[in-house]
Design a protein around this ligand. Sequence first.
Ligand code: GDD
Ligand code: MG
Length: 351
Amino acid sequence: MKALILIGGLGTRLRPFTLDVPKSLLPIVNRPFLEYQLDPIRKAGIREVILCTAYRASLFKHTLGDGRRFGLKFHYIREEKPLGTGGAVKNAEKWITETTVVFNGDVLSGLNLKELIRTHQKNKAEATIALTRVKDPTLYGLVETSPDGKISRFLEKPSWDEVTTNTINAGTYVFEPSLTRLIPPGIPYSLERGLFPQLLSNGRRFHSHVAHGYWMDMGTVEKYLQAHLDILEGRTPFSPAGKRIRKSVWVSPSVRIGKEAEFEGKTVLGTGAQIGDFAKLSGNVVVGPRCRIGKGAQIENCVILAGTHIGDGARLQQCVVGSDCLIEPHVFIGPGRAVGDRSIIKKHSTL
Ligand code: GDD
Ligand code: MG
């Protein structure tokens, strides 16, 4: 069995953070997002992973290498222009020589892959989709099933008057290699709008597996922040890396903490991060590697990416600050703000 991960999207809803870094490589609690998908793949006994890249393709190999570090073997495939989710799978056709688990490369989930694969095999299906339940199906691919789990309708991004169920495509599929023959070569093509409706109209063996537990498509800045908070709060199967000091502070090597610095919630400090005297970090806060937090700064429920400096007395609430920014002293950044990489915010500014 192999895995294939779709990681060629532009990540437009996560701008400005995806202007330089593709969505699947953005750090989540100081680890590239994709690592959270690789762990469960290896645990399911899969060893070969096909990575379908397009946008900022070369960064993947640069960041993740050949897979050995994860106990896996990677095959990188590059689309000159993004081919869509289906076109990407077609482009990887010659590697799909056996049953393959296909992943959207932006979903953080506790899905039990072994159970998904077992459902697929038990039904002798040609394709099986993992489903999850959400409050707003209009943001996803709506999936209707019959009582035996067969898929009866697939509708990508339905409008509210088309919503008939709360089960949606969780972005993980098991595919038999025969499926790739149904995808036209060399042109942009969508699994969701093309292949899946076609499987239904051709009466192919197309099944579902309802997954329980944590699930999050980290497609927007709000969801990106939320994924961090969920990991820190223990709502996901993943825990922060680093050594736990105090009750709820995780630190990596070379961290320096100033005198009287306070940590009121759960905090993760990346390698070489420095926290100034009297700084106060409350709620859930992730500070990236090499960041510096100034004296008396107050940070609440925020994510701060690598190499950013926050000036003395700055106050940040529920926001994401990109890498290598300079936030000068006494700046206030309020809830929902997204500050792109390398921004400079002048002292006393209010965002
Ligand atoms: N290689 C490649 N080429 N990958 C692509 C391309 C492409 O042209 N376009 C998108 N992808 C990758 C993205 O990088 C992402 O990891 C995945 O395919 C899904 O794309 P999104 O843009 O995130 O789609 P979505 O979130 O709107 O909807 C999809 O995911 C939902 C679940 O998270 C659909 O599959 C929905 O049906 C599903 O419910
Ligand atoms: Mg998505």
